[in-house]
Design a protein around this ligand. Structure first.
Ligand SMILES: [Zn+2]
Length: 190
């Protein structure tokens, strides 16, 4: 890798610029993770940074994709990736709200149809599936880590009906929320 390219990309890392996202990837030697230059994670020292112009090269050099900036879904369209990240961020922080495609579209100033198509294309799932996944994973955690009742968990993750929550949970995981809670408690005691 040419010196000047290294400096330009490292400059983007320092300033969290998106200029080289999708064009170059930064392999972090100390963590064995590769990122988009604009990644919001801790800024690596220059001597720990390797620059790659494609994902395969970074993987072959032994780096795993960063869970934060998700470089593997970054190429080649910057704006699409940002849209996906924004949708995921809204779902991650507001999963307990009645999120719809319409609402996402309004919030992100784009059409629901476009948003759905781009999201599915880059992540393999729809925003609705991501919302369900986030809610179910949060419910699992609450059932195990808190003393909240099943009704309380249902309300906290955005289900107004506890019975609808229970049947959705069962469809998603194969067991009821109460069985899930009991099994985990048993495992923890064993
Ligand atoms: Zn990253």
């Amino acid at each position: 890798m040419k010196e000047d390219i290294f400096h330009a990309v490292y400059e983007a890392v320092l300033t969290r610029s998106e200029r080289y996202d999708g064009l170059y990837y930064t392999g972090i030697v100390s963590t064995k993770i590769f990122c988009c230059p604009s990644c919001r994670s801790r800024i690596p020292k220059p001597e720990n940074v390797r620059i790659y112009s494609d994902i395969e090269a970074a993987r072959q050099a032994g780096f795993r994709p960063c869970k934060r900036c998700k470089p593997e879904i970054s190429e080649p369209y910057g704006p699409d990736r940002r849209l996906v990240q924004n949708v995921t961020e809204i779902i991650r922080t507001r999963y307990h709200e009645p999120i719809t495609l319409q609402l996402l579209g309004t919030d992100l100033h784009t059409s629901p149809y476009h948003l759905q198509r781009v999201y599915k294309q880059l992540t393999g799932i729809t925003p609705a599936q991501m919302l369900l996944q986030t809610r179910m994973n949060t419910a699992k955690r609450m059932l195990v880590e808190t003393t909240l009742s099943i009704t309380e968990v249902a309300l906290k993750i955005g289900f107004s009906s506890p019975s609808y929550f229970s049947s959705t949970f069962q469809t998603y995981t194969g067991i009821t929320p109460s069985t899930y809670k009991q099994q985990k408690e048993f495992q923890n005691e064993a």
